[in-house]
Structure formats: structure tokens, C-alpha cells
Design a protein around this ligand. Sequence first.
Ligand SMILES: CC(C)(COP(=O)(O)OP(=O)(O)OC[C@H]1O[C@@H](n2cnc3c(N)ncnc32)[C@H](O)[C@@H]1OP(=O)(O)O)[C@@H](O)C(=O)NCCC(=O)NCCS
Length: 297
Amino acid sequence: MEGFVVRPARPEDKEAVLAFCEHTWDEFGDYIADVWDEWLADVTGAFLVGELHGKPVAIGKVTALGPGEIWLEGLRVAPEVRKSGVANAYMAGQRQYLARLRPRVLRLATGVHNAAVHHIMDRSNFRRVATPLCFRGRADESIVAPAPQTLGPEEGPAVMALLERSEVFAAGHRLCAVGWRWPALTPARLAEHLRAGEVVGYRRADRSLAAVALTPDAHDFLAERGRLWVGLLDGAQDSVADLVRALRRKATATPDREVLAFVPKGSPWPEILEAAGYVNDKALNFAIFERVIRGRN
Ligand SMILES: CC(C)(COP(=O)(O)OP(=O)(O)OC[C@H]1O[C@@H](n2cnc3c(N)ncnc32)[C@H](O)[C@@H]1OP(=O)(O)O)[C@@H](O)C(=O)NCCC(=O)NCCS
């Protein structure tokens, strides 16, 4: 595209970028203003601006979640220049910055109905690997359910074994929602969540695990401390049903008095969550796309 270049974002781009991001989504505007400083300071990934004839008209963020595990987010094109090839040109320009990170896998989450991004992903050789649905549960102290236990680091192998056997974990492509990003849940990451006291569940009398929920603090992006965030849910159906009710009770201690749970489409959890009083927030149902880069590293 003539006159179009992709380059690292600069502090002086802020005003122009925030102006074209102001009304990205009807319901809640956009979050770019909240992450601007953090993204600009990120030296492990790349925060890129696409400029057309010297004027910023596009942005996107490349984030390294781990070595070679790259998360793409924040793609925006100014409304007045959409549908003229800017996103395509941006994606092409972004490639050189991506290559420097030696990616093994690229992933991105977008709205389940975001036709433009689904089309761009198809054309860029990404495939859809998971469909996390968002359920909101209001805090309720009158709920009677067994109190979940906080699992410790010593439970890592048992939690991982439960997940390895789980069709739900496979349906979610072994990813876990952590503050609007979906990193792969590796044993090392699970260990971190366990150490942080972010994994709760039920043990049976024989101490085997009946249900687990990963409730990350999501400290690194758009801090979600206001709500009880459930990035992963698994176990026996009756125990999961108890656990999600107990989590609504636990959420009485959060400022927003709410549980926000992401569960894979096609799993038994949507029905169980609805029976426990949760409501699907259709505006926050996502599609995760992935591209595996072969022959690198
Ligand atoms: C999604 C978005 C970045 C696309 O930017 P754009 O500059 O309009 O896209 P382009 O003109 O480069 O089009 C890219 C391709 O998508 C197609 N496309 C663009 N808008 C589309 C739409 N609304 N529906 C279906 N396809 C669409 C184009 O036809 C083009 O297809 P082609 O490659 O086969 O020719 C832009 O609409 C936007 O900023 N939307 C709001 C924020 C958003 O949704 N961001 C993504 C969050 S993950």
C-alpha cells in the first residue's frame, strides 16, 4: 500500500491513536488507553503503529507470553480508512517484527462474530482452535455449597493428570484465560498459579481431585482484581456444579461482586453454569486462532 509503513509506536502517537480508538466497541469504547503506557514500555514484544502518509491509522501489539509463544492483540484500524486494505498492509508490515521473536506459535482472540478478523485469520493461515464462552455469575452470600480448598504446589501433578484426562481441557486447546489472553497451561505455569494460591477445588475422601478452578489474578494485563476470574474449570460434573455455585459465594469478597468464567463451547460447563445461575455474556464469547510456525528454533 503506497505511503504506508509499520514502525514501533512512539509516545507522541498517543493522542492520534486514542482518538481513532475511542468508539471501537459500542458497548464499552476501548481499552487501549488503559494499556498504552504498559505496551509502550514492553521490550519483550512489539507495539506497532501503521502510518499512512505520516498519520497513524493502525495499531497492533505483539506480546511474547513465553519463548516463541506469541500473542497478537489490539489490532485496530481507524474507522475512516477501514476496508481499504490497511489491516492487510499492517499484517504484512508486522511480519518482520514478529520474525525477530522467533515465533513457534502465534495466537489471537477475537469476538466470535468478528467477521473481518475471522476472514483475515483464514487468509493468514491461522486456524480456529477454541471457542471460549463467557459466563457471568453474580455474587450471592446465601448460596449453600461446600467451601472450596486452595490447592498447593504439591497438587501440581494431580491437577495436571486430571487435565490430561479431560476432554474439556482438550476442547479448550489446553489454554487458560488469564486476563484477556489465553496462554497454554503448561505444568510450569500451573505451578506458578498454585504457588500464588490461584487454584481452588475439591478433594474426595481418598484425596483424589473432584473439581478444580483456576482463578488467576490476571495481574499483568487489564488487572481483573475487581472480579473473581475463572480461566479454567474441570473435574466431575456434580463437583463442578457445586464448585461454580461456591465461587458465586466466594465472589462476595470481590469489589465487583461477580464471577467471570471462560469455558469451552461444546463442553458440559455452559449448561452447568446456567443451572448455577450464571448468564452467558454473548459480547464476550471469543474465537481463538492459532498458527504454528514449523521449522523454526
Ligand atoms: C478488523 C479491522 C482491523 C480490519 O481492518 P481493515 O483495514 O478494514 O481491513 P482490510 O481492509 O485490510 O481488509 C482485510 C480483509 O478483511 C476483509 N474485511 C474487512 N472488513 C470486513 C468485514 N467487516 N467483514 C468481512 N470481511 C471484512 C476485507 O475484505 C479483506 O479481505 P481480503 O484480504 O480477502 O481482501 C478493522 O475493521 C477494525 O479496526 N475493527 C475494529 C477493531 C477490531 O475488531 N479489531 C480486532 C480485534 S481482534
